[in-house]
Design a protein around this ligand. Sequence first.
Ligand code: LIP
Length: 270
Amino acid sequence: MPSGYGSDIQDVEQLRATAVAVAQQVGDFVLRMRAQGAWQVQTKTSDTDVVTAADTAAERLARRLLGQWRPGEHVLGEEEGGAGSPAHGLCWVVDPIDGTVNYLYGLPWYAVSVAVQRDGQSLAAAVGQPAAGRLWSAARGCGADCDGVALRVSGATHLELSLIGTGFSYRSERRARQAAMVACMLPRIRDVRRAGSAALDLCSVASGWLDGYVEHGLHSWDWAAGSLIAAEAGAVVRLPKDGSDLLLAAAPGIMDSLAELLAECGADAV
Ligand code: LIP
């Protein structure tokens, strides 16, 4: 596996190749585990926030591969955490199974998400959808593709004709606020889709399958890869920042009107 990095195109493309290789191998692994089934399931922040033995085993595999191919570089994962990388160092951000509830139920809308960041900015990314054999990837400044086909966001310009993805917290009190926000938005857009994986929702924006995506309360491992893929496909992306854990990605033609609608619908208080 290639090693070494810098800031030029060749280096970010090398990082992309590593992210793709990790996402592919971990994706094959989680698909095999799904076929075997009968794994132990535990809960985290609530009775509905599950973690399976596949999640933990898949993250261990991702860490082992990155240890081989990118020795000494930091890894932040959903299940094992990880210290922040040193200033200007690289940090790999991994969600071994994004859409865990879908995976548990056998719904084929779950992903392996692998990104590499420097100082919190994603440089390269890969998101695999093992059940469908799809893989999205991007490198900063180099565009995004799905299975080698270049991606471009939708040309949406009218919010009332736009399809918007969203998602909800595992905590019931926050779900109520999120549902109220969506209820406020719904009459003003084409429709909502809630599919259960932030990484795939962001890839759907990149692919033009959604015109926009909005969700509160995500972790960096949920969006580190998909946000770069969406941005490199031409989406306008607003990442969570101090004071707000709202993530927003949309086609340029609707971003301003979508942001205005979210403000009217109380997004700041969700
Ligand atoms: C999921 C996110 C999704 C959100 C779900 C869940 P997980 O991550 O990708 O966007 O709506 O509630 O948090 O828990 O499957 O890794």
